[in-house]
Design a protein around this ligand. Sequence first.
Ligand code: BV8
Length: 270
Amino acid sequence: MPGQAVAHAGRTGDDRRVSDYRNIVILTGAGISAESGLATFRGADGLWEGRRVEDVATPGAFRRDPALVHHFYDARRARLAEVEPNAAHNALARLDAAWSGELLLVTQNVDDLHERAGSKRLLHMHGELKRGWCLACGERFAWEGPMGEGAVCPDCTTAGQVRPDIVWFGEMPYEMERIDQALSRADLFVSIGTSGAVYPAAGFVQTARYCGAHCLEMNLEPSQGSIFFHESLIGPAGQLVPAWVDALLATPTNPARCRDRGRGPRPSAN
Ligand code: BV8
């Protein structure tokens, strides 16, 4: 497997064989879209570079200066037309199509590269650039092109009350019950291209581990939560993820050893 492997030996949950995995939860961050040409948040040319998060990604910022916030998100939405999913996105879509067990891909990203690669069992916990939310009627809807302050709601036709359907700091991420349910059933938790700086996403590894999952991260550098992972593969996602998916799909799952969640302890190995 390319990339430098750092195994944190002797932690519970690492006695698993690949063939034991049935239920998988994958978390992705901005790092998985970096090789497609999308800026990350904290990198050198990071999205937050020169901008205070508070000025563009909080409800307060939108009340204070909606034009600035719309400009920030309109530019990112327009950029999507100039980029394509990369080998890491495509590999996860392949896994989604081939994996017979449970699989949930939770992305912090608001870009549309996972779905353009073909991932189906996917949820955007921080919203999507290509969706809008009308604060007048509460409706949410697909949105293409610039939004701007004068945007008209396609449902109630109110003008000027449409905001990006994106989770800003201080706002509750989407589908947290569904995510917690999947984490509690996971045999394998995989984190790809995220710095582990933002909660509640940064806490998923602890929840998954606590529930007995084997935890693996693939990242260009150890994340802030690296200590909680059983394994860290350090390198570019575009290389690590396809090789990891190939290895996983090449391993016949051993249903006998798979943990039937909630139906008694897993049969002993020997
Ligand atoms: C909430 C949408 C309350 C907007 C985003 C506990 C402790 C401390 C603070 C908190 C806490 N709980 C809550 C908070 C506050 C806050 C928070 O976490 N603050 C941080 C800064 C300390 N959290 C919140 O406000 C959350 N809401 O808690 O609500 C609540 C609770 C209950 C009920 C009601 C309310 C909401 C947070 C969501 C904010 N919205 N995104 C937008 O996109 O514009 S967060 C945004 O930043 C992203 O979605 C993502 O989550 C985060 C960025 O992180 P990454 O994606 O990891 O990107 P980053 O650049 O940091 O790292 C990239 C990584 O990739 C690097 O490690 C790099 O090495 C690697 N990499 C780069 N290239 C590659 C690569 N890896 C592999 N291959 C490569 N090629």
